[in-house]
Write a protein that binds this ligand. Structure first.
Ligand code: GRG
Length: 292
């Protein structure tokens, strides 16, 4: 069994790598580098990179080789948040209790910082000492699940349904792509770097699909009953914009129960790992009870 890590230890390892992952600017410290570093460093929970490292560990891999994969997923996540906050998307001024990237650096530089994080993510991936086969698989999976067949595709469904009530089916399709695809990708990258077997891959897929689903339901719940200070952004934005959410479609109580049931399914998928999966079980429980 590989050495186990605490959540804080993983976060420290990830943050140290992130500090080095944005390249130095050849013409001095410019505004896009500052914007990239700002958005990467302000208060994210690091859920996606933690999933990569822990699945790698669970499957018997070396987490040092998984670190570039983990940070690549976090860079894609960060770029999506920067672009999502832009005036042409959700137009949000605050993120994680701080001014959004475009409020701090201007719209044009926020756009470029997001683009630069997206492109740099694929560069970081190739810096892993994992096998060339694993790196190629990782590039392919990250491109698919963060692109138009994954996260971007989910954003398109979201935009198309912005002002109209949608069915639970549309909501689930949208969220499985917009939120779920990258969470799944981060988890599977861990299995890939470790050279995990088909059974481990399937367990990671099932866990992360359910976790991503529950994660989005909790996100919708927090927009209704969350605390603005803890959330770091105003609540009620979904209702104000007329957006359909799990709460608007199912109601608050049913949404809370739904999130619990799906989390239980996620945890069940980890049974092949036995007690070694305790960290992920606790993480899933923490995420369902999170305040931000
Ligand atoms: C590329 C513009 C563009 C959008 C893609 C992912 C996405 C669609 C938009 C991001 C905004 C959003 C509400 C996504 C849903 C997923 C979600 C709940 C993101 C927040 O993730 P956390 O809580 O963030 O892990 P932290 O701040 O902890 O990093």
């Amino acid at each position: 069994m590989n050495k186990k890590f605490k959540l804080e230890e993983y976060i420290e390892i990830i943050n140290n790598y992130i500090d080095k992952a944005v390249p130095e600017c050849f013409f001095g410290e410019d505004i896009v580098h500052q914007a990239m570093k700002y958005s990467l460093s302000v208060g994210g929970k690091r859920i996606r990179p933690v999933l990569t490292l822990e699945f790698c560990r669970l499957c018997g891999g070396d987490i040092n080789k998984a670190l570039p994969f983990a940070v690549a997923a976090e860079m894609i996540h960060t770029y999506s948040l920067i672009h999502d906050d832009l005036p042409c998307m959700d137009d949000d001024d605050m993120r994680r209790g701080m001014p959004s990237c475009h409020i701090k650096f201007g719209e044009e530089y926020a756009l470029l910082a997001g683009d630069a994080l997206l492109t740099r993510a694929f560069g970081v991936l190739t810096e892993s000492e994992a096998s060339p086969e694993a790196v190629v698989k990782a590039v392919s999976l990250l491109s698919e699940l963060s692109g138009v067949s994954g996260m971007i595709g989910g954003q398109v469904v979201d935009l198309k349904n912005e002002d109209k009530p949608c069915t639970i089916e549309v909501l689930e399709t949208m969220d499985s792509l917009k939120t779920g695809a990258l969470i799944k990708c981060a988890s599977l990258l861990g299995v890939i770097v470790a050279g995990g077997n088909a059974q481990q891959y399937e367990a990671a897929r099932c866990f992360s699909e359910n976790l991503g689903h529950a994660f989005q339901i909790v996100d919708d719940i927090l927009d209704v009953i969350g605390d603005e200070k803890e959330l770091g952004k105003p609540i009620g934005s979904d209702r104000e914009s007329g957006k359909s959410t799990y709460v608007s479609v199912l109601g608050l109580e049913k949404s809370q129960q739904y999130a619990k049931d799906i989390t239980a399914k996620a945890i069940e998928a980890l049974s092949i790992f036995g007690d070694d999966a305790d960290f992920l079980k606790e993480l899933a429980e923490k995420l369902i009870n999170r305040k931000n």
